[in-house]
Design a protein around this ligand. Structure first.
Ligand code: NAD
Length: 273
């Protein structure tokens, strides 16, 4: 399922410039979104978390004719400042932002939420996985002089309990609430702000969750579409939200998860498949 995808070409994003934050490798959800944006004519700036990832991200970004490829650790004010200043110096303005960033300590992604969530883990998880969107949105909005659109990535573990998702579910709840507050603040500037709640997709971030195999197989069997979440579908939703197709849509958490989120009780037969 991973790799380069031939997205249909078009001009829905022609003339639009956007920042893609959160590509780690070619399995990353942000990478699928970047390919979709590029296929529709967008000019892209990529950020990566640290030097160790540069080796992976640079060739991917270059293959999409990236105009900027910048290091940006969202935990560092100085790093954020430099990255957004570089975008401002190069482009002067920005049309869209993709925030696909989350991290927590692996020890927090297994077992008991109440026992395994220390103060430090709680604080650090919130910082990188929720506050970073508030901070990025604030900086990006200052460059969106003619309106714009922003998205972030979330997961159902914010609304319901999911085994081992734990503190990340709490951070995603904060991220979704932040999305609504940011949308309210930036709406008068014609900036739309939305979240995509994706079903499980095999990425580095997902690999950190204990008993991930159960998460994938249960989601597949119990969802109405009886299949894994296709990252191309997430990229399609991103295109809708980031382009003018999504006019008038803001503050929304849009699920792309095979319909898993609507299920109260899965069919007995489906679980035996
Ligand atoms: P991924 O590991 O490819 O992406 C996560 C990204 O976060 C990486 O690029 C990583 O470098 C970045 N990151 C972590 N700490 C950072 C920091 N301090 N500064 C800058 N960047 C940092 O995995 P992914 O699954 O593509 O994750 C992207 C987003 O999608 C995350 O918010 C994740 O929670 C969300 N999501 C993932 C799934 C899934 O099943 N994979 C489902 C729903 C939502």
């Amino acid at each position: 399922m991973s790799g380069e995808v031939q997205f249909p070409k078009g001009d829905l994003m022609k003339g639009k410039r956007g920042m893609i934050m959160g590509v780690a490798n070619k399995n990353s959800i942000a990478w699928y979104i970047a390919q979709q944006m590029h296929a529709q004519g967008a000019s892209l700036a990529f950020t990566y978390a640290n030097e160790a990832l540069a080796r992976r991200v640079r060739p991917l970004a270059e293959s999409l004719d990236a105009e900027l490829i910048l290091e940006c650790d969202v935990l560092s004010d100085a790093s954020m400042e430099t990255a957004f200043k570089t975008v401002e110096d190069k482009w002067g303005e920005l049309d869209f932002l993709v925030h696909a960033i989350a991290f927590t300590d692996k020890t927090a992604l297994e077992g008991s939420f109440v026992e395994n969530t220390t103060r430090k883990i709680f604080r650090d998880t919130m910082d990188v996985s929720a506050f970073s969107f508030v901070d990025s949105a604030n900086r990006a909005a200052k460059l969106m002089k003619d309106g714009g659109s922003m998205i972030t990535l979330t997961y159902l573990g914010s609304e319901r309990t999911v085994p081992n998702y734990n503190v990340m579910g709490v951070a995603k709840a904060a991220l979704e609430a932040s999305t609504r507050y940011i949308a309210r603040d930036l709406g008068p500037k014609n900036i739309r702000v939305n979240a995509i709640s994706a079903g499980p997709i095999k990425t580095l971030a997902a690999a950190g969750i204990s008993s991930g195999r159960h998460m994938f197989s249960f989601s597949r069997k119990a969802s109405p579409l009886r299949d894994d979440t296709d990252p191309k579908g997430v990229a399609g939703a991103a295109l809708y939200l980031l382009s003018d197709l999504g006019a008038s849509c803001t503050g929304e958490t849009h699920h792309v998860d095979g319909g898993f989120h609507i299920v109260g009780m899965p069919d007995e037969a489906a679980l035996k498949e």
